[in-house]
Design a protein around this ligand. Sequence first.
Ligand code: NAP
Length: 290
Amino acid sequence: MSAVIVSGKELASEKRAFIKTEVQKLVADRQTQPGLAVILVGDDPASHSYVRAKQRACEEAGMQCILEHYPETLTEKELLERITFYNQEKTVHGILVQLPLPKHINELAVIERISPEKDVDGFHPVNIGKMMIDQQAFLPCTPYGIVEMIKSLNIPIAGKHVVVIGRSNIVGKPVGQLLLKEDATVTYCHSRTKDLSSITKQADILIAAVGKAKLIGPDYVKEGAIVIDVGVNRLETGKLCGDVDFDTVKEKASYITPVPGGVGPMTITMLLQNTLQSAQKIGRANKTFS
Ligand code: NAP
């Protein structure tokens, strides 16, 4: 039996329509238009295309997007100053610095300079720490989007064995943590894991966040598993593909996300959601104290 293909594109478009309505309400009721400042350093083509997609999504949702693009030579000090400026700028509710940054800039110093209240990417140690102890925080967008996709299937997560392949700070680690919060039993695998397939075959929900084209074939997947493919890899043909060999694994899984059109559109949607949430919160604070 062939798996149900979980369209992140469709779910994202439903969620974006809702976000747009909420933005309209915020503008009408509190004269607050959510604003996102995006800072891009250098000329990495993939980063350019991600930033363009984020800008387009913001504008479609009725949010303001300020894009600042700097040459590769921008110093760390200059970048930190721009972040400090936006931390204080009242019309900006979210700040995003597109990663990766040039090698001479310390990524952690940059992330830490963003006010946790405007860290709509959810990468600041304060937000990560709050997420770990179940306090309200901005959740990192890709893991947040993955959990929303799984929830949209209306299949209980509690008690399921989730296997996450990948332990990065932005995807692997937090997605396991969020699913632990949903009462799943979580196993992490990584490049030093021995006999990977013997572990992934135990997964009710398998999440691949590696960055290796078609690493996961049907031998890595249990019959009827839910398979979430986070990987974005470019083949020699120029086509995009995930970490999962979609055509063969879809014959074994019960649900599978495609690449493109799966996790990717959800990531940007959760960025909009976080920016909206920030504007709603700051708007409320202004109302209370004015
Ligand atoms: P990353 O920081 O490079 O992490 C990759 C992880 O995979 C690491 O934990 C690494 O293990 C593990 N790994 C590498 N080779 C492995 C192997 N052969 N077997 C098992 N584990 C292996 O990457 P990332 O930032 O998490 O991103 C992962 C993928 O998701 C990339 O393709 C990226 O483009 C994509 N992505 C997509 C979105 C989206 O919105 N769709 C967002 C973010 C990322 P070690 O820790 O031991 O090195």
